[in-house]
Design a protein around this ligand. Sequence first.
Ligand SMILES: O=c1ccn([C@@H]2O[C@H](COP(=O)(O)O)[C@@H](O)[C@H]2O)c(=O)[nH]1
Length: 234
Amino acid sequence: MSTDSPLIIALDYPSLDAALCMADQLDPARCRLKVGKELFTRSGPAVLEALHGRGFDVFLDLKFHDIPNTVASAVQAAAEQGVWMVNVHASGGRKMMEAAAKRLSDHQLTTHLIAVTVLTSMQAEDLADVGITASPAEHVMRLAALTQQSGLDGVVCSAQEAAQIKAQCGSAFLKVTPGIRPSFAAANDQQRIMTPADAMQAGSTHLVVGRPVTQAEDPMAALAAIEAELAGGQ
Ligand SMILES: O=c1ccn([C@@H]2O[C@H](COP(=O)(O)O)[C@@H](O)[C@H]2O)c(=O)[nH]1
């Protein structure tokens, strides 16, 4: 089953049981699910099988970053397990991204391939620590252009950069934005944040939401509040 909803719920849990307990409260017609490093390292491909069996589209968020052949092979392995979306780090460079995109097309694999620009937990001083003197927005724009030139389908970025990316790369280029924080939620370790409604207004195509739902006292009420905000009900 697929959905028109832009919502991707991040299943950041330490066990398959805990992740499935949340998944079983969710509806594949209302959201997609994201499996990240913690859950995949704990549970392996079994989690993908379990979520696909429940009808969910799955974004496998492992942010591959390695030499071109290794990344292309990892992306192929993810796509062959039926995931809807997989990602790499744009800072792995043009050759790495081109190799990954080519591997998918050579094997007629239709999984969306996107690249992380600048993590939403980072601000200017964090970039400076790793030798990047550009602002987060400038660096995101540079990596978004490189990602598009390399033949990928879109980027992971902050919603704060979505409008500029839409203007530079077009509407069809995916803007997958974590760091989504409804007014009722804490920022946690996120730096470049935006509310769900503002993020859609800015041009995000997909909103990644984790703790504001999964750590809420009532996760289903939190999800409903986000949906109501997106529907203009608040
Ligand atoms: O730049 C990035 C890239 C990925 N993420 C991931 O998204 C979720 C966000 O979870 P919250 O609990 O809503 O903060 C998480 O799985 C990250 O690994 C990101 O936050 N920023």
